[in-house]
Design a protein around this ligand. Sequence first.
Ligand code: NAD
Length: 421
Amino acid sequence: MAGQTYNPYDNVLKVMDDAAALLGYSSSDIEALKYPERELKVAIPVVMDDGTTRVFEGYRIQHSTSRGPAKGGVRFHPAVNLDEVKALAAWMTFKCAVVNIPYGGGKGGVVCNPTELSERELRAITRRFTAAIAPLIGPDQDIPAPDVGSNAAVMGWMMDTYSMLKGHCVHGVVTGKPIELGGALGRNEATGRGVMFTTKNIMKKLGMEFKGTDVAVQGMGNVGSITAKLLDEEGMKVVAVSDVSGGIYKKEGLNIPAILKFLGADRKNLLKDYEEEGMTRISNSELLELDVTVLIPAALENQINASNVDRIRAKVIVEAANGPTAAEADPILKEKNIVVVPDILANAGGVVVSYFEWVQNIQSVSWTEAEVNEKLKNIMDPSFEAVWNIAQEKNTTLRMGAYLIAVERVVKAKKARAIWP
Ligand code: NAD
């Protein structure tokens, strides 16, 4: 990743400070939000398949519980570090606030490379990590979910480990679980579906045609692949996609169902081995710089930064990933009249349906997929509208609009509770 000194938590602090200034808040109003409430670092010893013992490092951070239990994913990736997890936890606080669901923000991570681990090794890491963070998590305290490198199977193992430690079945401790364990129908697709709703919403506001319009998607994991699938099904032309191995481009539009079939056949399959007539291979940086109408970064942080922002040509960026745009790039994108729909709004579909899953678990009820999708739309659309309106009213970016709403909600909750003791 570009930018050696990049610190995502500095990004969070900068945007929060800017929003607080626009809201007329004093430094005391937001001081406590600059510090995560809890930071736990754990060592995770695991016996590997070759008989050696390796110790992995893991984190669970609760940024804020002012509006409800901490909520946020668990990332398994070699680049995981404390500042990244802190930033991801804080983004969850503001994401839950902007869509007004009763959660604070948390995040976890383990420094490991799941693509190099056997399933048994991954399960051992998951179980030991869950045991190590067990004192902090629980349906009323902190509820993990999938993020980069983790998935429904990992959530199933987390739920089982926590339940074993408690001595009884605790469905609501994690979301994004397998359906058989109380997972919500529609959760797997929820983040991508929310990105699709958001893309439609922004294009409508900007008076742009949705059907037939070209879009490039960076990252073909859970979020990127479902986003590409739904945008393709709804009639957009997906001209480029990429994963960690690089990207592919086809002016007439790629065969998304064929790509998804290829990637879904084996979790180790990568786009570098995919073939389609008429496509060309491009790098991840080339994908970001394509002359397309819509660009959807759905991989990692800091993809659009000082080093490439001058070359970005998309007209609209919908942030499916968390933190794909570095703070220094935002004003330049604004100058270039590139509209950015911020992560805390655009990718909130995942946590919204996680909330639905938790509500169903607590009440021991289950909703149909159609009900879930409809309820998701009923949260995503008004949230978009509110962000759009405040950004227009204050003549600011959609990112700042989203933060104005989110920071105000969190600060009001903090004030209503007052500082204890
Ligand atoms: P994932 O592990 O399922 O997929 C990540 C994808 O990114 C993979 O295709 C991987 O090959 C690709 N990738 C990795 N490094 C890359 C690089 N340098 N360039 C291009 N592609 C690269 O992860 P995910 O769950 O899809 O998460 C993607 C992003 O969306 C993250 O920022 C995550 O925090 C965010 N997000 C996820 C959810 C969710 O529900 N899973 C919800 C909200 C936000």
